[in-house]
Design a protein around this ligand. Sequence first.
Ligand SMILES: Nc1nc2c(ncn2[C@@H]2O[C@H](COP(=O)(O)OP(=O)(O)O)[C@@H](O)[C@H]2O)c(=O)[nH]1
Ligand SMILES: [Mg+2]
Ligand SMILES: [Zn+2]
Length: 303
Amino acid sequence: MSDNLPQPLEGRIIAAHGRHYVVEFPDGSKRHCFPRGKKTGAAVGDRVKIAPQGRDEGVIEAILPRSNLLFRSDETRSKQFAANVDQLLIVVAVEPTFSDDLAWRALAGAWSVGIEPLIILNKVDLQAGVETARARLASVRALGVPVIELSAHDQPTVHAALADRLAGKVTLLLGQSGMGKSTLLNVLVPDADAATREYSSALDMGRHTTTSTRLYHLPAPGGDLIDSPGFQAFGLQHLSGDDILRGFPEFTPHIERCRFYNCTHRHEPGCGVVAALRAGEIDTARYALYERILDESEAAQRY
Ligand SMILES: Nc1nc2c(ncn2[C@@H]2O[C@H](COP(=O)(O)OP(=O)(O)O)[C@@H](O)[C@H]2O)c(=O)[nH]1
Ligand SMILES: [Mg+2]
Ligand SMILES: [Zn+2]
């Protein structure tokens, strides 16, 4: 009688809040799903197999293989929150002053999983501060990261600058508060507020909308945006030394001069990276961040 059992369905997680998920299916229908066991491991962007239950619920049976998985930093812990991401859109602004530490950590997080970052310098209508903000981005521009200058209040420019870059891709939005991330999301996804309300009621979240992660579909030419309110930094604690180094591509040419093949580029004699730092060829702030990330990951691995 197995023909009468509900067949497993394949869909994609488009919203998550704790153990509650919204799974969307190819026909556009959605179900409120839960993990089978205690721990889930599923993240927004994951493709999953679910066992349908009733008309609009389901149990997550399996997570299909993913191309990547990103972690966010919550106090001292790293929590996974997005999967199968193609690119990272980091929003900084002319005002208020953005943190280079956070922006560079984001680059390191993106490169460590092999996704392309791009930076938006928002609020260029505040002309007095544009030169200063631009100068603070010069070092990352030199690493080849695209920096797109725009004003989120100028909708036609936003579409012209971003539509092609977002089309057909899953893009994760990241920004410190005040940079204009919500303004930008609302320009790019005109029905974002309605979608957010729908997710919140499907997830039984009531007013607790702030900690959920959601995927929004972009209007033509398409693509998806993942937003995670309150998300400021990637969790990098689980990264290995090699993963961390991928966040600092400007070190690469100097590494071949290191005396030891397993050099961590800190205290070892004959280190090419430290030599380049002393010669002024590597930015001291970037090197200091490398050391901090390495320290944090070593401390996390001791627990
Ligand atoms: N001048 C100017 N203000 C902007 C622009 N984009 C956003 N803002 C303002 O910046 C403030 C923070 O924007 P919001 O989208 O809430 O930032 P979020 O905290 O990153 O989500 C709001 O007062 C916005 O109106 C812009 O392009 N130019
Ligand atoms: Mg916001
Ligand atoms: Zn070295």
